[in-house]
Design a binder for this molecule. Structure first.
Ligand SMILES: C[S@@+](CC[C@H](N)C(=O)[O-])C[C@H]1O[C@@H](n2cnc3c(N)ncnc32)[C@H](O)[C@@H]1O
Length: 272
């Protein structure tokens, strides 16, 4: 029998109607007898970024039509990006107070639903050509932006933990993304590393004690007359949110409840 590679099978199924796509997705992703979500690994490796983009759309369509357990969405997206099973990058016994570690599999990152709000906003602002993620962690947010944005932007992730930076640069390289880079640095002590971006994205970038320092760096930018946007998902407390709301020279453009986390807001600001 003629054997088609997983890549060829995806390409073929993308040309088929939703009913067949649903059947295929339920073949490569199953809920097992112990109610665990299981995916057939071979179908998720070595795919091009363009193909991954098309598969994301397929998955969204199937989920929206109730064709598969919706929990698969995040699992499939993470698996396609290669940001699954990375607990080793978030050790519990981390000594540095600045290093925020996450809970198990979710490794402390923004959820895809809230990232959709960020993507929609940036897509509507044609003057944003570059985005810097302050504390880029597992890289998931910037990978998703690079995938979903309606035009090519330049992305830089700054991250304290070198292992995370090496990991995320490997992914960008694997997908041949020249416009997505990650660098190891402490952005609080090296503010020159984030100079000149059109937009700054962050999600729990620093611990509470360091909020005033980060705010003062943005205050400096405003004083110098720099023009930039802030794309911010607020954290488990409102300290950063209140500080941004009160920052002189920063206009709040809009703010929406997180789609998944009750106590968080997705907010957009622009320097005046
Ligand atoms: C909650 S994660 C953010 C993940 C990512 N932005 C996202 O949305 O998926 C915060 C990250 O910021 C990093 N971080 C904290 N303080 C930092 C600093 N001063 N300089 C660089 N990275 C920092 C942490 O190591 C952690 O990986």
């Amino acid at each position: 029998m003629f054997f088609k590679s997983p890549q060829a099978q995806w390409q073929n199924i993308l040309t088929k109607p939703l009913k067949q796509q649903t059947k295929f997705l339920n073949k490569v992703c199953k809920v097992n007898r112990r109610d665990a979500l299981v995916i057939r690994e071979a179908f998720f490796d070595n795919l091009s970024f363009d193909l991954v983009r098309d598969i994301f759309k397929l998955v969204n369509n199937v989920v929206d039509s109730d064709g598969i357990d919706p929990s698969f969405r995040e699992l499939i997206f993470d698996r396609l990006f290669g940001v699954l099973d990375i607990e080793h990058l978030y050790p519990e016994d981390e000594e540095d107070d600045n290093v925020i570690s996450g809970d198990g599999y979710h490794v402390y990152t923004a959820n895809y639903h809230d990232l959709d709000l960020i993507v929609d906003f940036v897509n509507s602002c044609k003057d944003i050509k570059s985005i810097c993620d302050l504390g880029s962690g597992s890289g998931r947010a910037l990978l998703y932006m690079a995938l979903e944005m309606n035009r090519e932007l330049n992305y830089l992730g700054l991250e304290l933990v070198n292992d995370r930076v090496e990991f995320t640069n490997d992914i960008a390289q694997k997908f041949s993304l020249e416009n997505l880079k990650f660098k190891t640095c402490n952005f609080l002590s090296q503010p020159d590393m984030f100079e000149g971006f059109d937009a700054y994205y962050f999600y729990d970038p620093v611990g509470t004690d360091d909020v005033p320092k980060l705010i003062s760096l943005f205050q400096d930018k405003i004083s110098k007359g720099e023009s930039f946007y802030i794309l911010f998902i607020s954290g488990w407390d409102d300290i950063m949110l209140n500080a941004l709301n009160d920052l002189k020279g920063l206009e709040k453009l809009s703010s929406t409840h997180s789609r998944k986390q009750d106590d968080r807001f997705v907010s957009f600001y622009k320097s005046k």
